[in-house]
Design a protein around this ligand. Structure first.
Ligand code: SAM
Length: 198
């Protein structure tokens, strides 16, 4: 028998997924019908990608994480059993994101991509000219293109690093901006939304 989803993911956690989805969906809608695949990077328990599919069954979802957890198994099984018609549209690869080839016509999403995982994802998107919505997590400054930059530093390391990310994307021909979700949902609440300029 399938566990109820509410026993696996509590409402507080779902708020994070819904808020991130709501903002990413605005980017998706602005792209017209060019997107066929959602790449759910560092998918964790896999809820986000399934939520995309349940809301739009014309899409395919490629979920990636380098670690499979019990919660992933439970959530994935819940959706496969309750939405069997969507099963074939959701695929999962257990691998380092840096080793994944993002499909053409993808929107890449990443919720709480830790440290320089955010930068690896950004670089891969820029390389393939793909749009993306990434919510960074704990900051670190390992990426080479952060070095020797002068940019206004307003006291928050994560904001400083995100400003450098924005600058990097703008230099690489992207229209990029920040949007915030409610900080009561998560303190790491900034989303980078970016799409290649035509
Ligand atoms: C903070 S969790 C976020 C999970 C999920 N997106 C969420 O918000 O609940 C970060 C996730 O990134 C995964 N991860 C970390 N480094 C990775 C890498 N190089 N490639 C793929 N996944 C990675 C971890 O296994 C973990 O599931």
């Amino acid at each position: 028998m399938t566990n109820e989803l509410k026993e696996i993911i509590d409402n507080a956690e779902k708020l994070k997924f819904f808020a991130f989805y709501g903002i990413s969906k605005k980017l998706f809608d602005s792209l017209g019908d060019e997107i066929q695949t959602i790449v759910d990077c560092c998918c964790g328990n896999s809820f986000l990608g399934w939520h995309w599919l349940v809301n739009d069954n014309s899409l395919n979802v490629l979920a990636v994480d380098n670690r499979v957890t019990n919660r992933f198994r439970e959530v994935n099984q819940y959706f496969k059993q309750n939405f069997p018609n969507l099963s074939e549209k959701h695929s999962f690869i257990e691998r380092d994101v840096s080793k994944i080839i993002f499909p053409e016509s993808s929107l890449v999403v990443a919720l709480h991509a830790c440290g320089n995982l955010t930068d690896i994802i950004i670089e891969k998107c820029v390389d393939k000219r793909l749009p993306f919505a990434v919510m960074p997590c704990c900051p670190n400054s390992r990426r080479i293109w952060w070095k020797d930059k002068s940019i206004y530093f307003e006291g928050s390391l994560s904001r400083y690093i995100d400003n450098l990310r924005l600058e990097y994307m703008q230099k690489n021909g992207y229209a990029a901006k920040f949007e915030l979700i409610d900080e009561n949902i998560t303190p790491m609440n900034r989303i980078i939304l970016a799409r290649p300029r035509k």
